[in-house]
Ligand binder design. Structure first.
Ligand SMILES: C=C(O[C@@H]1C=C(C(=O)O)C=C[C@H]1O)C(=O)O
Length: 394
């Protein structure tokens, strides 16, 4: 292909990409109109049957124009997830009149480019109000900022699919009066970031947050003799490498974050597990109402009485009320050696009868129980049946 022919094809691709964006924006606008109807008529946000039907049809249509089913499925899962999350945000706003602020002052760990920063951007991009970023040095500082009304929200990483729970954050939640008002999961894609083009073999010093080192331990073992420097956040690690401008130092962080500091990725997918995601809590001083049309989760902390089977008894309460537990974590209680505080997440809305019954029963069974929050669940599990059906048909 000659240079001019290449230019012409690229021009056409550019035009099509712009058209795709226009169409995506129009689709989003229409799904927002659907959300308004759902608010008016009290209809659930998610309609899995409708999703199945449209995906099934699209996979078949895609095949007719030479697009493979996996590709079509992936693209539309992303589109539908976006539409569901936007609608949920609209319903949540409607259920909490007067709670929207012109400025959302949000405290998070690190600075521009940290994973918490990217999660913060993602969560607040769906919400009204201007985002005011307040990067902090520690989880304690983040929580204090909201407690002292210097910030309105905090975004806190709570668990990661590779390295597990973030104990420091759990411990902060034990002592605070703040409420969990939201959750989100964000893919964590670690890359090796450098300030100038260099080979991996040249790297002598590596900067990263301890959680990141834990998630990339296999890669570190392969690297061998490299000095590891732990930093307060991924953003600090990237800043250090950017300031040093040397070809023998690197940071581990996201490629998107690194680009904010002029860093380039020389290797990607460094995490031990391919599916590396972090889950974040969004916390605030006041709890929120979660509309019943939106899937909700509730998080409680409790300490059980010291007798055999006390935890089993407590968990049976969830089973008896048909509540699906999605997470159980335990942490030591400061000052009471060998006693544990249990953190439980389950699917359910605090406004709903079964959740209220369960909380009342748990209060009677436990020594201490506190609801940390009820919030919209942001895990939009993709529909799978359509893809499977379409794949088995011609
Ligand atoms: C837009 C709607 O809401 C949700 C999103 C859908 C979509 O993006 O196509 C489909 C079904 C619902 O789960 C709808 O109900 O039509």
């Amino acid at each position: 292909m000659s240079d001019t022919a290449l230019d012409a094809v690229r021009k056409r691709i550019t035009e099509l990409d712009s058209q795709l964006l226009t169409m995506l924006a129009e689709r989003r606008q229409l799904t927002n109109e659907v959300a308004e109807t759902k608010i008016r008529h009290d209809i659930p946000v998610r309609d899995v049957k409708r999703e199945e039907q449209l995906l099934f049809r699209l996979i078949k249509e895609g095949k007719n124009v030479g697009l493979d089913p996996h590709y079509v499925t992936q693209v539309f899962h992303v589109i539908i997830e976006d539409s569901v999350l936007n609608q949920q945000a609209m319903l949540a706003e409607h259920a909490n009149p007067g709670s929207t602020l012109p400025l959302n002052r949000v405290a998070f760990l690190g600075d521009k480019g940290s994973y918490s920063y990217l999660a913060t951007q993602k969560y607040f991009s769906r919400r009204p109000g201007e985002l005011v970023e307040m990067g902090c040095q520690s989880f304690a500082e983040i929580v204090q900022k909201v407690e002292k009304s210097e910030a309105d929200y905090a975004v806190l990483p709570i668990e990661n699919t590779t390295s597990g729970s973030i104990n420091e954050v759990y411990d902060q939640l034990q002592h605070t009066q703040l409420s969990i008002i939201g959750e989100l999961t964000h893919p964590i894609r670690h890359s090796l970031l450098v300030s100038q083009d260099t080979a991996i073999a040249n790297i002598k010093t590596l900067y990263a947050h301890p959680q990141v080192f834990a998630q990339c331990s296999h890669f570190l073992a392969e690297l061998g003799n490299v000095e590891v420097k732990t930093m307060e956040s991924t953003a600090h690690a990237m800043m250090a490498v950017s300031e040093l401008q040397r070809d023998d130092v690197a940071a581990i962080g996201s490629e998107a974050g690194g680009s904010l500091y002029g860093l380039m990725a020389i290797k990607s997918n460094l995490a031990n597990q391919k599916e590396n995601h972090s889950r974040f809590f969004v916390v605030s001083r006041d709890p929120v109402n979660v509309p019943l049309q939106v899937p909700a989760k509730t998080t409680v902390i409790m300490s059980t009485v010291q007798k055999p089977g006390a935890l089993v008894e407590a968990l049976t309460v969830l089973k008896d009320n048909n509540l699906n537990m999605t997470k159980l974590e335990s942490r030591p209680i400061t000052g009471n050696p060998w006693e544990e505080m249990f953190y439980i997440d389950f699917e359910g809305n605090l406004e709903d009868g079964p959740v209220q019954t369960a909380v009342e029963s748990l209060k009677k069974l436990t020594r201490y129980l506190k609801v940390l929050g009820c919030y919209p669940s942001e895990e939009v599990s993709p529909t799978k049946v359509a893809a499977a059906k379409a794949l088995t048909q011609d």
